[in-house]
Design a protein around this ligand. Structure first.
Ligand SMILES: [Cu+2]
Length: 124
């Protein structure tokens, strides 16, 4: 007869135990070029570096008045550094929005703004 009480108590105890997050929720460590950069031409590569391993799930570019465009990136699996080669950013303000999945299963996202302004090079 005490075994059923024990089971009930154990069940309650398991419910009370806090769910501890053992895996790190990641964040972006660095993005290159830096958000806010004004460039004379589209960069050859955009590099997104995370603090912990994550899986980049999407990168899109949004320009005012234009449909959003998906950018290809590598690698497709888990990594800390992802590269978007030849993003072909058009002249003007480019809002680049990325989404990723942390190892702990949490979605993380962010954005950066890169402005392409051919006249920027003439200032030098
Ligand atoms: Cu998390």
């Amino acid at each position: 007869m005490p075994s059923s009480i024990l089971r009930t108590l154990l069940g309650a105890l398991i419910l009370v135990l806090p769910a501890t997050a053992s895996l790190a929720h990641t964040a972006v460590a660095t993005i290159s070029p830096k958000s806010g950069s004004v460039l004379a031409q589209s960069p050859p590569v955009i590099e997104i570096t995370f603090q912990h391993e994550a899986r980049l799930t999407s990168v899109i570019v949004v320009q005012a008045g234009k449909p959003e465009r998906k950018l290809e990136f590598l690698p497709k699996g888990s990594a800390t550094v992802f590269k978007v080669s030849n993003p072909n950013l058009p002249i003007g303000r480019n809002d680049i929005q990325w989404k990723a999945l942390s190892k702990d299963g949490h979605a993380v996202n962010g954005s950066l703004v890169l402005t392409i302004e051919p006249a920027a090079s003439k200032a030098n």
